[in-house]
Design a protein around this ligand. Structure first.
Ligand code: ATP
Ligand code: MG
Length: 252
């Protein structure tokens, strides 16, 4: 059975895409079949795995809006066991185009349908909003992985996100649960340590033991279109995501 994990937080720049891309790559490298769905019109995940946003023959937009079967939008990433459904700016229009459609929250779930059977893990990289796109991600998923940046306002907005998860669970997707909270961009400062303590006090064992450090290699790798394990395997960022991937499997 495949496991579908939405990586979400309506806050921008908290490490969602970095986490979705690198967990996907680490799990594929460990022998799991992985599909990464880029559900953010920014297309950062698409670029981060080396796909050209301007040269896509089909995107998640064509699936959600055009009714195209998902398998037609799946592309190989060039990395073994690792496929993706890319996106580009066109997806930004989807919010408005879906607004009057019936069962608009169910589009991605329906589209994943049987296609999911070909994979052990499906990661959905959500945009920084609680919009219809994110709701589609949450309705399609079984679990949510929340990323929090180790900075002063880390917990801000978290209750809103958790309320959205509960609302989606109650109305549309009874199987939905929180897989875990990953802390990202940890620096060895008083502030980062304070945030870590606060978050652990609030969320207890929902927080992954692995904390992702702030690591320049993680921010460089996307410009080469590579997950960090294929850019610099020995970097602290690569080692952290390998450890986080093991925890994700362990929570399976
Ligand atoms: P958005 O909300 O815009 O989609 P996001 O939550 O997906 O953002 P990312 O794109 O993963 O966040 O990260 C934001 C920026 O921080 C990017 O430039 C990324 O390369 C960088 N970054 C992410 N994680 C780390 C890290 N652990 N160390 C250093 N830089 C990082
Ligand atoms: Mg992102």
């Amino acid at each position: 059975m495949s496991k579908i994990i939405a990586v979400a937080n309506q806050k921008g720049g908290v490490g969602k895409t970095t986490t979705a891309v690198n967990l996907s790559a680490c799990l594929a490298a460990a022998g799991h079949r992985v599909l990464l769905v880029d559900l953010d019109p920014q297309g950062n995940a698409t670029q981060g795995i080396g796909l050209d946003k301007n040269a896509l023959s089909a995107t998640i937009y064509d699936v959600l809006i055009g009714g195209r079967p998902l398998h037609e939008a799946i592309v190989p990433t060039g990395m073994e066991l690792f496929d993706a459904v890319p996106t580009n700016r066109e997806l930004a229009g989807a919010e408005i185009e879906l607004i009057n459609e019936e069962e608009r929250e169910m589009r991605l779930r329906r589209a994943l349908g049987e296609a999911r059977d070909g994979y052990d893990y499906v990661f959905i990289d959500c945009p920084p909003s609680l919009s219809l796109l994110t709701v589609n991600g949450l309705v399609a998923a079984e679990q949510v992985l929340i990323t929090l940046q180790c900075e002063y306002y880390a917990l801000e907005g978290l209750s809103e996100l958790l309320q959205t998860v509960i609302r989606v669970r109650d109305r549309l997707n009874p199987g939905l649960s929180v897989l875990g909270v990953a802390l990202t961009m940890f620096q060895n400062t008083n502030l980062s340590r304070q945030v870590l303590d606060d978050v652990r006090n609030h969320l207890g064992n929902k927080v992954f033991n692995t904390v992702i450090p702030r690591n320049v290699t993680l921010s460089e790798a996307p410009s080469f279109g590579k997950p960090v394990i294929y850019y610099d395997m020995r970097s602290a960022g690569a080692q952290a995501y390998l450890a986080l991937a093991q925890e994700v499997v362990g929570r399976g």
